[in-house]
Design a binder for this molecule. Structure first.
Ligand SMILES: Nc1ncnc2c1ncn2[C@@H]1O[C@H](COP(=O)(O)OP(=O)(O)OP(=O)(O)O)[C@@H](O)[C@H]1O
Length: 265
């Protein structure tokens, strides 16, 4: 069953990665100012410099990012915040190598990713980065464990290794008793936990989360954010999370705020 799903998974991952399914209606041109990382010389894991991303929509050019520079330190929990259309997802996608900027650089762990081919980027993402999306992006035909270990299979781990790793991380997110449950039998919060387990199973250098609580009620959102905080504090997991909820900022060490031409920090 899992083997049969591999191609489908690859295609789904591809469309997730390319953002092909995203519907974009906002054609305004936001101006952006960013509360950039501090001048501290801590251990920088991500350095984005002068990132420009422009989208063409027919005759209209949407300048989503107008030269954004950010530094994120290893072990930091950073929230990217700002009003709708201010470029939060676009910035996350550049930092997470899900999209390519028109100009500017993204350096991850001293690796200049602008020199990578698409294939190299794909491999880098698979082995080094983890993603959580607002719609969970789980494969409905696979149970929790299979959803988690499919990317470990693709990385070439043995059956013993990937089954053990999936069980361990699902236990860590509080789903140790639901390894073989299908997503359709789970609540939204539980599905998001599976997707967090999937994102963390290979110990990524950075976890990227795009509005992970957008479809969850406040209590479940709190549980998901508590989980992020736990992995951040206990494992030193670097997390970059897009959110528009002000109360989520309290979970982050720092906020990168995008706003139409105004730095409100
Ligand atoms: N693929 C695309 N094609 C055309 N325009 C796009 C595309 N992606 C984003 N944009 C535009 O770029 C700008 C920034 O979009 P982005 O999704 O990054 O903002 P956001 O801050 O994440 O917004 P929201 O909070 O509503 O998700 C918007 O004007 C948006 O319409």
């Amino acid at each position: 069953m899992v083997n049969e799903m591999k191609n489908e998974v690859k295609n789904e991952m591809k469309s997730e990665i390319t953002g092909e399914s995203k519907i974009v209606t906002n054609t305004t041109e936001p101006e952006i100012e960013v509360k950039t990382a501090t001048e501290e010389t801590g251990d920088i894991i991500i350095e984005g410099t002068d990132i420009v991303r422009t989208f063409k929509m027919g005759e209209v050019q949407v300048r989503a990012l107008r030269g954004v520079s950010v530094k994120i330190r290893r072990g930091e929990f950073v929230a990217i915040m700002g009003p709708s259309g201010s470029g939060k997802t676009t910035l996350l996608n550049q930092l997470g190598l899900l999209d390519t900027p028109n100009s500017g650089k993204v350096i991850i762990d001293e690796i200049d990713t602008s020199r990578m081919s698409d294939k190299e980027k794909g491999k880098f993402r698979l082995h080094n980065l983890g993603y959580v999306f607002q719609d969970y992006a789980l494969l409905p035909e696979l149970d929790a464990s299979e959803n988690v270990y499919i990317s470990l299979m693709m990385q070439g781990k043995t059956k013993e290794e990937y089954e053990a790793a999936a069980a361990e991380i699902l236990k860590a997110v509080g789903l140790g008793d639901r390894l073989h449950q299908l997503p359709s039998k789970m609540s939204g919060g539980q599905q998001q936990r599976v997707s967090i387990a999937r994102a963390l199973a290979h110990n990524p250098r950075v976890l990227f989360a795009d509005e992970p609580c957008a479809n969850l009620d406040s209590q479940t959102s709190k549980e998901v954010l508590d989980l992020f905080k736990k992995f951040n504090k206990e494992k030193g997991q670097t997390i970059v999370m897009v959110t528009h909820e002000e109360w989520h900022a309290a979970y982050a060490d720092r906020v990168i705020r995008l706003r139409d031409g105004v730095n409100i920090e």
